[in-house]
Design a protein. Structure first.
Length: 217
């Protein structure tokens, strides 16, 4: 199981000799989020097939889409109530899934300029579609719906803390952090070396991470 954000920050604070410095730990959280995005994108560029290891599932509330903000000429029906973190593309994938809240029925993506052709299609004119624009998902040809399911790899994990999934934060500080332990290792080492000007030995950081794995088991 992946370490939590609180545990990662605890490791960094201990190595810095500032275990009880709360403002410093808040800064460390921002650093962890930043380096996660950078290191994860680099990892996916090298091997896009590992994408499946970083997919996160969200169940988000939707609302009626204001006509003035709708990117679809013929009118949206719903949109995600909150702004989404930007997805990280790999293998030309925008989102890995958009559809029903139980993640069972997928809705195809469509570019807004293709909606015109869809509307006049005899066979697919009434089929549900989604458009992604302005960091929201807009739903077209939908009956009444309250929540949608979304799966993807998201850039800024910090923004997941502000999103509500089933009434609580989509990512809490004590939840497993959305990154594999080998890349968490790189995040810890990068922050210690670049941001904190500390040079950890390989044993120091690996012992911390591996010990947490044993504790989780």
């Amino acid at each position: 199981m992946s370490l939590s954000l609180n545990r990662i920050v605890s490791i960094l604070a201990e190595r810095s000799g500032r275990t009880f410095d709360i403002p410093f730990q808040r800064e460390l959280k921002d650093m962890v989020h930043y380096y996660r995005g950078t290191i994860l994108k680099r990892s996916l560029e090298k091997n896009a097939l590992t994408r499946r290891n970083f997919i996160q599932s969200l169940v988000l509330e939707v609302e009626k889409a204001p006509k003035v903000e709708c990117p679809i000429e013929f009118g949206c029906v719903y949109r995600t109530k909150e702004i989404l973190p930007k997805p990280i593309r790999s293998n030309n994938i925008l989102f890995d899934f958009v559809g029903s809240a139980d993640m069972e029925i997928a809705v195809p993506h469509i570019q807004e300029y293709n909606i015109t052709f869809l509307k006049h299609s005899k066979y697919t004119g009434k089929s549900p579609r989604y458009v992604y624009k302005n960091d929201r998902i807009y739903l077209y040809n939908f009956d009444e719906i309250q929540y949608i399911g979304i799966q993807g790899v998201f850039d800024d994990a910090k923004l997941l803390e502000d999103l509500k999934c089933d009434g609580k934060a989509c990512l809490a500080d004590d939840d497993p952090y959305p990154l594999s332990n080998d890349l968490i290792q790189q995040v810890i080492e990068s922050i210690l070396k670049i941001e904190l000007r500390l040079l950890p030995t390989e044993e120091e950081t690996e012992v911390e991470v591996n010990q947490e794995d044993k504790n989780d088991g």
